[in-house]
Write a protein that binds this ligand. Structure first.
Ligand code: ADP
Ligand code: MG
Length: 288
């Protein structure tokens, strides 16, 4: 391999908003068989907004506890909930033992009682019932549902939408046309996963995927002999990024994803992936 071709390739990448950390990724990208995409923040904007709110109780302290919990989370969904609560003039309260449960939600103690905010399935695991909640209606319209509960009751729920990036569908179609298999994995619920996958033309997708399972999925494809690229933006994608043959982070995502990944797309635009593959072809052709 000529170092000059690599240097030129890395330079061309940088000019086009594709930051490449190592020569190997650049040389390997044109051989990618499968691209695994995270949903939130990768296919979608990762800028969710709350569209509907349900409160089971008017107790103002609950609203303050919810704000306290989500203020300590770095998850994009948390930011949207913080925004609506603050817009309602809610003030935070001090909470203890805050904990981030990857792929599920957050929890903490307030006055000795545990409060949790997270996915419907996680709250359901805790044996709580969701009577009066329009969860199905919300999920069928591709919204992510987040639930707030204590150890005995569901206290609130929010329906959240996250728009699909305008170029995602085209980028996915370009990859598929080049013979690359495209998969979508998400920690989000199965309904929302299906809606988003359909809208961008992905037929292989999975919901309720925990961070460790994202990595296991990549490994499974590798065992089937495929060269796999993982594309993600979050802390929850870092295991899968580390496992992949080619790892690609969103520039607008978390620092951890960018630290782990060997390539970063500064604009977070998925059309940079087929572009990176073309750059790889060009570089390798210049080498040989
Ligand atoms: P994705 O794979 O789509 O990026 P995550 O694995 O980050 O999703 O999260 C999966 C699910 O866990 C979310 O859809 C949400 O229901 C729940 N969740 C995680 N963190 C939080 C949080 N801070 N607040 C509310 N819900 C959360
Ligand atoms: Mg994500």
């Amino acid at each position: 391999a000529t170092p000059t071709a690599i240097m030129v390739g890395v330079g061309k990448g940088a000019e086009n908003g594709i930051l490449i950390k190592d020569a190997q990724s650049l040389e390997l990208a044109h051989r990618i068989d499968a691209v695994v995409l995270d949903k939130t923040g990768t296919i979608t904007e990762g800028k969710p907004t709350v569209t509907d709110t349900y409160w089971a109780s008017d107790e103002p302290t609950f609203k303050s506890i919810a704000l306290a919990l989500e203020s300590q989370s770095s998850h994009p969904l948390a930011a949207s909930i913080v925004q609506t609560l603050k817009a309602d003039g809610i003030k935070s309260v001090p909470i203890l033992q805050f904990e981030n449960v990857a792929g599920k939600g957050v929890k903490a103690l307030f006055e000795g009682n545990e409060y949790v905010i997270g996915s419907v399935s996680w709250i359901a695991e805790r044996g709580l019932s969701f009577t009066n909640l329009p969860i199905n209606t919300w999920q069928e319209s591709a919204k992510t549902v987040v639930v707030f509960a204590n150890s005995t009751n569901v206290l609130a729920a929010w329906a959240i939408t996250d728009p699909i990036k305008p170029t995602s569908a085209q980028a996915i179609a370009d990859l598929q046309r080049e013979g690359v298999e495209v998969y979508m994995l998400t920690g989000d619920n199965a309904f929302t996963a299906q809606k988003v996958a359909q809208e961008v033309g992905i037929s292989h997708f999975k919901g309720h995927v925990l961070p460790a399972d994202k990595a296991a999925f990549v490994e499974q494809l590798q065992h089937a002999g495929k060269i796999v690229a993982m594309v993600g933006d979050g802390i929850n994608d870092s295991h899968a990024l580390a496992q992949a043959d080619v790892s690609i982070a969103m520039g607008k995502g978390s620092d951890i994803a960018m630290d782990v990944a060997k390539m970063t797309l500064i604009s977070s635009d998925l059309q940079k992936i087929p572009q990176a593959i073309r750059l790889s072809k060009w570089t390798v052709a210049a080498i040989h």
